[in-house]
Design a protein around this ligand. Structure first.
Ligand SMILES: NC(=O)C1=CN([C@@H]2O[C@H](COP(=O)(O)OP(=O)(O)OC[C@H]3O[C@@H](n4cnc5c(N)ncnc54)[C@H](OP(=O)(O)O)[C@@H]3O)[C@@H](O)[C@H]2O)C=CC1
Ligand SMILES: O=CCCC(=O)O
Length: 342
């Protein structure tokens, strides 16, 4: 069936208004063709044709896949812990029992895994995605990993004839739910253009940064700044309290000045209450600082503030806070203060 004819059919197209770089866009999705393509259709309508795979349904992967399904995509999912697929299956997703099965049944497969080791295992290991890939298919890794891991995955994927894009994201659980992530992409530019309509379902903006490794590096630089800012903020909250100020007032004062940041306004009030519901797990923030330190080492640049922040996240992990939100790093600081006052 011709794609245009299918796009005209009723199955094809829940049409959505999508905010992308401030411009409303409509998305037409079709699963009609096994050779996926996308582009501007008549009247500025953006089209994606093909089946979409999603591997890794954690805090980020689940809402991202969910948004694709809600936009009308034909989505097939896999997760190591199978029960996490259930909410997506209820929304209409299909299931395959391995990453290879997903990749072989889909035109483009996204992966959102915890760390370099799991991203490499799911892409390149036994029953991994690469086993199901072939020329014409695409693999988009949106996990936060280091450049070396991303290059290794990319080489493995492209050796099958498929194309590879790294596309880590800035933005946390809520932006993932709201389809407001920022994609930092690098690698195959034609795959980037092909999946752009899908990125625009899940995100509010996208950057194409050239060779594989550049997206990973950009993501690590952003997150090392964020991790250090959170430590500095924690020190300020604690110091304000220790000198008899109301830390809630500090949050308000900061929100009105030059260092105002959504992170402080959003996370400050719960930090004052010592509540740390998880949006971005502390173990992942520490992983990102570890990878950023290695990145800096690769160009012989000292990043002493990040090195100090990393030690505090490690201390927080050893206090059992790995799966709490990364703002729980303030607890490691409290423990240090208590120890120093003994
Ligand atoms: N949370 C956030 O705010 C953000 C996170 N990120 C990055 O996105 C990635 C995912 O984060 P997030 O969703 O929060 O993390 P979660 O810990 O919630 O999810 C991790 C996912 O990886 C899977 N996984 C872990 N180890 C393995 C393995 N050995 N083999 C197969 N699958 C595995 C998990 O499967 P299972 O369910 O079986 O454990 C789960 O699907 C990370 O790289 C993180 O740094 C990026 C931006 C924001
Ligand atoms: O990697 C996690 C980033 C979290 C965020 O950007 O708020």
């Amino acid at each position: 069936m011709a794609a245009a004819a299918f796009l005209g059919a009723s199955r094809a197209a829940p049409a959505l208004l999508l905010p992308s770089r401030g411009l409303p866009r409509r998305l037409l999705v079709s699963a009609a063709s096994s050779s996926s393509s996308s582009g501007e259709g008549a009247g500025g309508v953006v089209e994606f044709q093909g089946k979409v795979g999603f591997l890794g349904l954690g805090i980020m992967g689940a809402p991202m896949a969910s948004n694709l399904i809600k936009a009308g995509c034909d989505v097939t999912v896999w997760n190591r812990t199978k029960s996490k697929c259930d909410p997506l299956l209820s929304l209409g997703a299909k299931y395959e029992p391995s990453p290879a099965g997903v990749a072989s049944s889909c035109d483009v497969t996204f992966a959102m895994l915890a760390d370099p080791q799991s991203a490499a295992e799911v892409a390149c290991g036994a029953n991994g995605a690469a086993e199901g890939l072939a020329p014409g298919k695409g693999y988009v890794d949106v996990s936060t990993v280091d450049g070396a891991t991303s290059k290794l995955i990319g080489e493995h994927i492209t050796s099958t004839g498929a194309s590879f894009l790294e596309a880590p994201v800035s933005g946390s659980k809520k932006p993932a739910e709201d389809g407001l992530l920022i994609f930092l992409t690098a690698g195959d530019e034609s795959l980037y253009k092909r999946v752009a309509p899908l990125l625009d379902v899940m995100g509010k903006s996208r950057f194409y940064l050239g060779d594989v490794g550049n997206g990973a590096a950009m993501k690590l630089v952003v997150n090392m700044v964020m991790g250090s800012m959170m430590v500095s903020f924690s020190e300020g909250l604690l110091l304000s309290e220790n000198v008899g100020l109301d830390p809630n007032t500090l949050v308000e004062v900061i929100s009105q000045g030059a260092i105002s940041a959504p992170m402080f306004s959003l996370k400050g009030p719960s930090m004052v209450k010592a509540a740390y519901p998880t949006a971005f797990p502390l173990k992942h923030q520490q992983k990102d600082l570890r990878l950023a330190l290695a990145l800096a080492e690769s160009v012989s640049q000292p990043i002493p503030t990040v090195a100090a922040a990393n030690e505090l996240y490690k201390a927080a992990k050893s206090l059992g806070l790995a799966d709490h939100d990364f703002k729980a790093v303030i607890e490691a600081l409290k423990a240090k203060v208590e120890n120093s006052q003994k």
